[in-house]
Design a protein around this ligand. Structure first.
Ligand SMILES: Cc1ncc(COP(=O)(O)O)c(C=O)c1O
Length: 387
């Protein structure tokens, strides 16, 4: 395990607030914040050099991104957010008129709107019905036809933290020759991921949540098995490697990089890239397995309390394989919005999504914070019970 107190020292927000809302936006660690500052200052002072520092950082990002994704370095690339990789899949996978794309009816809209555009191009988009807010494998199997070519789904659901049964779903996709596309923004940085084992075609994650990096940074994955078949919806002058030799640019015969890098897009947001580079190193040093263990253990304490207090009802799945680093709960005996407001007044930040409070815990949270949360939840239950 790692030293939570040492980790907390580099996250200044922990001195001011109890933050359980990383599923919305992740706070920056001191070094990541300062690196951006340094590089914005360099821009201000016209001190940008030949950018070799940025390109070296991008290489680290692809290497450490691949560790987090469970894939080869050549399959990981820098994207700006989740939408980037989802669009790459939606407009790059070789689909024909009449082909079907399956989505979940409880999906975050970032993984819906790009696919809906395909309807105008003659493809069908169908929604697999959820059961109790959870993705359902039987319904998936019923929805598959001979024309089904893609399943695009979040590995971890945004409002209740439901982690899909990826092994079974991967097997179904393999059997029916369906491209599996994953949105992993709610998993990258807190759950173990293994794209190679799951035979994932394309995946994507913004790094601004669980990877605690600036907005405008993200990672995507393209399996080497489909790289050649992907009909790139865009190309960039940086799809080829100039080796930072910027004096000789009128060369139009260079081969695309033989890696996911060929799908990256133009000039990079350098200060943000430097911060992402630091953060990915930090995550690979701590170890995703350790972070996952830490987060789940904190939520165990909260689950024990919520199960003992009849005022609350947990809306997340408690089945081990479906658990993640977030937990949602509501009440049938009062207004959950009022509980959320009381927490906010006590400087405890949680999310309110689809009628439930969502608590997302991460590597900087500790047991005292969970205990404090429980004491305020208890106070709210006592206050609102009679009403
Ligand atoms: C599951 C999921 N996908 C995508 C996003 C965001 O997409 P993007 O990174 O493109 O803004 C969110 C949250 O904001 C999300 O919860």
């Amino acid at each position: 395990m790692y030293d939570v107190n040492a980790v907390r020292r580099i996250f200044p927000h922990t001195r001011k607030t109890i933050y359980f809302n990383v599923a919305s936006t992740g706070p920056l660690a001191d070094p990541a914040y300062r690196l951006q500052d340094v590089h914005f200052h360099k821009s201000q002072m016209a001190d940008v050099g030949d950018q070799s520092e940025i390109f070296a950082a991008l290489e680290n990002i692809r290497r450490n991104g691949a560790k987090i994704f469970g894939c080869k370095k050549s399959e990981a690339g820098f994207g700006f957010n989740t939408t980037f990789g989802i669009n790459l899949a939606a407009f790059g996978l070789p689909l024909k008129k009449g082909d079907e794309v399956l989505l979940s009816d409880v999906e975050f809209p970032a993984n819906v709107y790009p696919w809906l555009e395909l309807r105008r191009r003659g493809m069908k988009v169908k929604f697999v019905k959820s059961v109790g807010g959870f993705f359902n494998i039987e319904k998936l199997q019923k929805a598959i036809t001979k024309r089904t070519k893609v399943l695009s789904i979040s590995y971890v659901q945004y409002f209740n933290g439901f982690k899909i049964d990826i092994e079974t779903i991967a097997e179904i996709c393999r059997k029916h020759k369906i491209y599996l596309v994953l949105d992993v923004i709610q998993a990258a940085g807190c759950e173990k991921i293994n794209f190679k084992k799951w035979n994932v075609a394309v995946a994507s994650a913004g790094a601004h949540k669980w990877l605690l990096s600036p907005q405008g940074t993200g990672l995507f994955y393209v399996s080497e098995d489909i790289r050649e078949r992907l009909l790139a919806p865009w190309r960039s002058w940086l799809s080829v490697d100039w080796k930072c030799r910027w004096h000789d640019l009128r060369r139009f015969d260079m081969p695309y990089e033989n890696s996911a890098r060929q799908f990256e897009l133009g000039t990079y947001p350098s200060p943000l890239v430097m911060a992402l580079d630091w953060t990915l190193k930090f995550f690979t040093e701590l170890g995703i397995g350790n972070i996952q263990k830490h987060n789940h253990a904190l939520l165990d304490i909260l689950i024990e309390y919520l199960n003992s207090e009849p005022f609350y009802r947990i809306t997340s799945s408690l089945v081990k394989k479906h658990r993640s680093s977030m937990l949602s709960f509501t009440t049938d005996r009062g207004d959950i919005g009022k509980v959320h407001q009381l927490l906010a007044r006590k400087k405890i930040v949680t999310g309110l999504r689809e009628g439930s409070i969502r608590v997302s815990v991460h590597l900087y949270n500790n047991r005292q914070e969970i205990k404090h949360l429980i004491s305020v939840l208890d106070e709210a239950a006592e206050k609102l019970k009679g009403k």
